[in-house]
Write a protein that binds this ligand. Structure first.
Ligand SMILES: Nc1ncnc2c1ncn2[C@@H]1O[C@H](COP(=O)(O)OP(=O)(O)OP(=O)(O)O)[C@@H](O)[C@H]1O
Length: 618
């Protein structure tokens, strides 16, 4: 259900909006200060060091060119007067240029080093922030495909942002270098600067245009990219290999993958060819500009207005300026591109959970006095027309064991998700001891509920960690883990494993052992006993257990949860009948509620379902 919804979204509509103009690009740069602030927070010392080194480095090209000019003029002078030569000044100049070359090389290496260290730190820092922020968000936000796209882009761009970091820094450095070099040019011939800009501008605008298009394309392709990733996973993973073989699905998966990749290739190829053709034309223009300037300088030199040293100085300055400007302008597109992606990144951090703790939260009552009361509770999933739950009115008493019964899709899991505040009701309210559930401290609420869902996770971790996840604060509490395992009968399983409680489970990592469905379920069940929860919710926890195991598990469960409230979801009536009351759901609504005997006497929906199952055993 989830997957199909996630992959079906059509983002074409968004694409128009994302086809950004030059102005919008400039506007995107406003994300950079916030970005730099994040970088600064990662490591102030490294950021500052990096900046200072770059400023020093930007002065070296002009200094070297100027010393070069002095050397050539000196050589020309000396060659004209071979009889009284004093080479001291010349050697001093050569030594100076040599020194500058070494310094510039050292600075380069230091900058690269700091860039890479700072980049790594920053990437770590942001990855952690993404995880931390994702942890605060609501379940339905994860189920929303627009959100998922955003999360994906924020996550994927960790590497991109590291590059952006050095790009922004280099941009500033090159700009300062340009100011230095341009100052040199202006002193000798201001027209050269104008010529330079005319030669560069078309290439920049072309670059910018194609980057816009490529960004729009990437954005449009995000859902398909996710589908490609999914297919890649589907086609080659331990989790799916079994079904793929049985249903002989690999051809189907490969075909779909190949079809999507072809579409990608075709779209990208068209853009690449156009980009390269225009790029070549613009580059030619740049070269023509350079030779125009060169001719101007040569004419000046021939007419005696400039020295040979100045000729080399100016020609080299112009060349360097041209390539620097090109780099800067091209990098501007990359930087603004990065800045646009940053917008996704910051937008992700702007998403706020709706399910939060009240400002002055109440502590969870201990013990619960009057139970959980549903007052005309209804719930609709995001983007869904249907009501998954509607008009629910009942009270789960303190200490009561309530079983939820109903056909697939009747809304049982949704009901328990509402109890745990994984979602808040769309209409109506849930009260705990007469007060809206929303008034309680969320963490405290979750701490007081032990829930095992039917799609619990099989963590590729050790046996004891797999139980400890039920209350991770107690992960070192071996005694608690062992007693929880005992309560769910997982302890017998641990005894059979080579490394017992330290046994690695699952096939993903070395020495991992794969378990049967029922064995995994016992481990998952043990999680419910890890905390002293006042409400236990088991969503089909025994579906994979054999009949004897199920009977024993529930006997223990009733014993261990005496005085505590519990909600059980099960399709097995042998389990259901052990509950104090049974709530029958039909199309999300409460059809009947009562004890096993009461409901049988009523000869309603429950009696029908019960007899249907009993018939199967006769
Ligand atoms: N995350 C979701 N997003 C959108 N719709 C959902 C989501 N989860 C469930 N639904 C829909 O809500 C309805 C109730 O689902 P729910 O999982 O509560 O049923 P259930 O009674 O627990 O079913 P089962 O016995 O199969 O576990 C179904 O129609 C289902 O398709």
């Amino acid at each position: 259900m989830k997957t199909s919804r996630l992959f079906s979204r059509d983002t074409l509509q968004n694409t128009k909006k994302e086809n950004l103009t030059f102005r919008e690009r400039i506007a995107a740069l406003s994300n950079l200060p916030l970005f730099l602030k994040m970088v600064w927070r990662t490591s102030p010392a490294m950021t500052l060091g990096n900046m200072l080194l770059r400023i020093a480095r930007s002065a070296t090209p002009l200094a070297m060119l100027y010393v070069g000019k002095l050397i050539i003029d000196n050589v020309v002078l000396l060659s004209k007067t071979p009889q009284h030569q004093n080479l001291t000044l010349l050697w001093e100049l050569v030594a100076l240029e040599f020194g500058l070359a070494i310094v510039s090389d050292l600075l380069n290496r230091l900058i690269t080093l700091i860039d890479s260290l700072l980049g790594d730190l920053f990437s770590k820092h942001t990855s952690i922030r993404i995880l931390e922020h994702a942890a605060t968000l609501d379940l339905d936000q994860f189920e929303d495909s627009a959100f998922y796209d955003k999360l994906e882009r924020a996550r994927q761009q960790t590497v991109g942002r590291t590059i952006l970091l050095s790009q922004v820094m280099s941009q500033v450095q090159d700009m300062i270098t340009i100011i230095f070099l341009a100052a040199g040019l202006v002193v000798f011939n201001p027209w050269l600067i104008l010529l330079l800009f005319i030669a560069i501008l078309p290439s920049f605008l072309g670059e910018s245009h194609f980057n816009d298009r490529s960004y729009a394309l990437t954005r449009m392709q995000t859902p398909e990219k996710r589908e490609l990733d999914y297919l890649r996973f589907l086609g080659a993973s331990d989790e799916t290999a079994k079904e793929l073989k049985i249903f002989d699905l690999s051809g189907f998966v490969i075909e779909r993958f190949s079809m999507l990749s072809d579409r990608f290739y075709a779209a990208n190829k068209k853009l690449s060819i156009q980009r390269s053709a225009w790029g070549t034309a613009f580059a030619l223009l740049g070269t023509a500009g350079y030779y125009g300037a060169y001719i101007m300088i040569i004419l000046d030199t021939v007419s005696g207005k400039a020295t040979i040293g100045e000729l080399t100085f100016l020609a080299a300055s112009f060349r360097q300026l041209r390539s620097l400007l090109e780099v800067i302008l091209n990098r501007f597109t990359a930087v603004s591109q990065g800045a646009i992606y940053l917008r996704d990144f910051f937008e992700f951090f702007d998403i706020q959970p709706r399910i939060t703790t009240a400002l002055k939260p109440l502590p969870f009552p201990r013990p619960i006095q009057s139970g959980f009361t549903f007052e005309d509770v209804g719930f609709q999933y995001l983007n869904s027309e249907r009501w998954a739950n509607r008009h629910l009115n009942f009270t789960l008493m303190p200490g009561e064991k309530l079983a939820l019964v109903g056909e697939n899709g009747a809304g049982k899991t949704t009901l328990v998700k509402l109890l745990a505040r994984l979602y808040d009701p769309t209409e109506g309210r849930i009260l705990l001891d007469g007060v809206d559930l929303k008034a309680y401290d969320l963490a405290d609420l979750r701490m007081n509920m032990g829930i095992i869902f039917q799609d619990y996770i099989r963590y590729q971790m050790s046996f004891s960690q797999n139980i400890a996840v039920g209350n991770i604060k107690e992960k070192e509490n071996k005694a608690l883990i062992a007693s929880s395992a005992h309560q769910s009968m997982a302890d017998l399983l641990a005894a059979k494993l080579p490394d017992q409680y330290e046994q690695m489970l699952g096939k993903r990592f070395a020495q991992g052992v794969e378990l049967s469905g029922g064995e995994w379920q016992k481990i998952a069940l043990a999680r419910a006993y890890m905390k002293d929860a006042q409400l236990l919710i088991l969503d089909e926890p025994t579906a994979a257990l054999d009949a004897r195991a199920e009977y024993e598990v529930f006997e223990r469960f009733s014993e261990l949860t005496k005085g505590k409230s519990a909600v059980l979801i099960s399709h097995r009536f042998s389990t259901v009948r052990m509950a104090d009351r049974i709530l029958v759901l039909e199309k999300g609504e409460l059809a009947e509620i009562g004890s096993h005997e009461e409901l049988l006497l009523k000869k309603g929906k429950y009696a029908d379902l019960f007899n249907l199952q009993a018939m199967g055993y006769r």
